[in-house]
Design a protein around this ligand. Structure first.
Ligand code: UDP
Ligand code: MG
Length: 214
């Protein structure tokens, strides 16, 4: 079902969480580039999970310039209650697609997940448990990178080594973009003026209480 307008105030999250802690309103944001086949699998799974945990929910698929008829698939899904489709005018990159989805999302909590089936919706109930316990942001951390090429693994190690050399803001290694964000975190992210965004960095920069699951 569709959610009413996005609150603008940066309210203390705990205060608001009390009223909605059992079954919050959840938005899922999914950036997608040529993921038609994967979306056919992901969306029904997601719906099953959301129905069981949310008082109201929406799934926002942000099509980042796909050329694989994602558009045709999503126009059909968008006729169903709870599913929304944003089509960007070209490929802007995942970070921009994610930002567009966050701006459109209206839930008390927002779950960002990829369309390529690397982020299992079955983990959402566990993420919500940590949110109910007081986490403002819950990151899913990769157990290992065995599915990646040695070059990509080495690149990831180097990236996190360089990023980790800063003192104030720590970007957790192997935490991807599969995250649950409290509304307060989303509001903070949307207030940042950066146009070219590195979301993992911004997720860390805004602070808040962060917990992880594997
Ligand atoms: N994606 C996107 N725009 C892009 C590249 C990727 O929206 O220009 C989407 C992609 O469809 C997927 C998610 O972003 O749902 C993560 O992309 P990818 O699997 O390439 O990233 P990785 O798993 O390496 O982080
Ligand atoms: Mg991927």
């Amino acid at each position: 079902m569709s959610l009413p307008g996005t609150p603008q105030a940066l309210a203390p999250s705990r205060q608001r969480r009390c009223a909605s802690e059992l079954r919050p309103r959840i938005s899922c944001v999914i950036p997608a580039l040529n993921e038609r086949e994967n979306l056919c699998v992901l969306l029904p799974c997601l719906e099953t999970v959301l129905v069981s945990v949310a008082s109201a929910w929406e799934v926002v698929v942000v099509d980042d310039g796909s050329s694989d008829l994602t558009c045709e698939l999503m126009e059909a899904w968008a006729c169903r209650q709870g599913f929304r489709y944003l089509q960007l005018s070209r490929n802007f990159g995942k970070e921009a697609a994610l930002s567009a989805g966050l701006a459109a999302a209206a839930g008390d909590v927002v779950v960002c997940l990829d369309a390529d089936l690397q982020h299992p919706p079955a983990l959402i109930p566990q993420m919500l448990d940590l949110w109910r316990e007081g986490a403002d942001m819950v990151c899913a951390v990769r157990r290992n990178r065995v599915d990646e090429s040695p070059v990509k693994r080495w690149g990831a190690w180097l990236l996190y080594y360089i990023l980790g050399s800063g003192h104030r803001v720590r970007i957790p290694a192997d935490a991807g973009d599969f995250r649950l964000l409290d509304r307060a975190v989303v509001t903070a992210l949307l207030r940042l003026p950066e146009r070219t965004r590195f979301m993992k960095g911004l997720f860390a920069w805004v602070g808040f209480v962060v917990r992880s699951i594997e």
